[in-house]
Design a protein around this ligand. Structure first.
Ligand code: ATP
Length: 347
């Protein structure tokens, strides 16, 4: 049986059905990321698991134990919030040791546990400071440390990096990944940032409007999205999705029958810009983004489909230049007119 098992989980806020029958099995030691656009229900689902919101339907089991209606304090889970939620008047040491002190753990054991967590998180020299004497990144590490000392069965993170600037976000993301590797603890992490989801997760759960759209490893979702929503949510720049009628006949002919009134999805690396006259499809450059290691070419086919091409080479092209393109249709994704993926086998 799964370590953490969600079956038919429901949540209503008044008449609003925010979570609509979620089924999910999580294995011990897995790093699961809930991702989705604002309002899709990812924080609510995490709060239901944490016991901070009442579960209105379905069941939640942790190691075979039904914890659906157990109070948060009995669930053996620890949550790290976006807002850190540190006690401002307490030192870092006191913040990190508070839960253990409440549980009347031996002071010597507390000292050892806090020291070990501080070592892991590079906080040893800050133990006597109060939160206001720390940077945002250090505060977030204290919040993580407070969870670590409790040695919970599951770590829950709610957008823990959103208050940090871009550089610190990247750095703290790497620290969280290392921490998971070292502790091997089961972790559920909420973010709206698909890059965080892709880099941290063993499996990503994509949510929309209170339901799961798809669950899979980061590369499964990237390579085999179940529908247009997941296809465009995962990956940056977004997958190009164009109505088939905006593509040249050459491409339209290759579409599976079920995608005829639908669209084609192309990752930016599947669109290859050639010198004028060398590619099969005609187009024009709208914009170039030279990012150093890669170049993004924004262009438009003669039929009107806007496309982004990603290449590792630099370019002398500028806006308005005529180009030709080749499209790697063997890597194309085909969608029907409801946005569902059309399997290649149906071609
Ligand atoms: P965000 O990325 O913006 O935090 P989210 O995916 O975490 O979004 P939730 O906060 O889980 O979304 O909200 C899901 C839905 O439930 C939203 O429509 C939200 O307005 C609603 N909701 C959440 N909390 C409450 C509440 N306490 N009372 C009423 N409605 C709520």
């Amino acid at each position: 049986m799964a370590y953490l098992q969600l079956k038919g989980i429901e949540k209503f806020f008044g008449d609003h059905r925010a979570i609509k029958g979620i089924d999910l099995s999580i294995d011990q030691g897995e790093f699961i990321v809930f991702v989705g656009p604002s309002g899709c229900g990812k924080s609510t689902l995490l709060r239901l698991i944490a016991g901070l919101e009442h579960i209105d339907g379905g069941t939640l089991h942790l190691e075979d134990r039904d914890i659906t209606h157990q109070p948060s304090s009995k669930r053996d889970l620890a949550m790290v919030f976006q807002s850190y939620a540190l006690y401002p008047h307490m030192s870092v040491f006191e913040n990190m040791s508070f839960a253990l002190k409440l549980a009347k753990v031996d002071p010597k054991v507390i000292q050892d546990k806090v020291q070990r967590a501080a070592d892991i998180l590079n906080l040893t020299t800050y133990l006597q400071r109060t939160p206001k004497e720390l940077s945002g990144g250090q505060r977030q590490r204290v919040a993580i440390g407070r969870a670590i000392v409790r040695a919970p069965k599951v770590f829950l993170f709610d957008e823990p990096l959103s208050n940090l600037d871009a550089a610190l976000r990247g750095q703290t993301r790497v620290e969280i990944a290392k921490l998971h590797r070292d502790l091997g603890a089961t972790t559920i992490y909420v973010t709206h940032d698909q890059v965080e989801a892709m880099t941290l997760a063993d499996r990503v759960v994509v949510l929309r409007d209170g339901v799961i759209e798809q669950v899979g490893t980061p590369l499964e979702l990237y390579d085999h999205p179940a529908n247009q929503f997941v296809a465009q949510f995962i990956g940056t720049p977004q997958m190009n999705v164009s109505p088939l009628q905006q593509m040249p006949a050459l491409i339209q002919q290759q579409a599976p029958a079920a995608a005829k009134g639908g669209s084609i999805g192309l990752r930016p690396e599947s669109v290859v810009v050639r010198q004028a006259g060398q590619g099969a499809i005609q187009g024009q450059v709208d914009l170039i983004e030279a990012l150093g290691a890669e170049t993004l070419v924004y262009l438009r086919t003669t039929e009107g489909a806007p496309l982004v091409a990603r290449q590792s080479e630099r370019t002398s092209l500028t806006a308005g230049d005529a180009v030709t393109l080749d499209i790697a249709t063997e890597h194309a994704h085909w969608f029907d007119n409801a946005g569902r993926v059309v399997p290649r086998a149906a071609a």
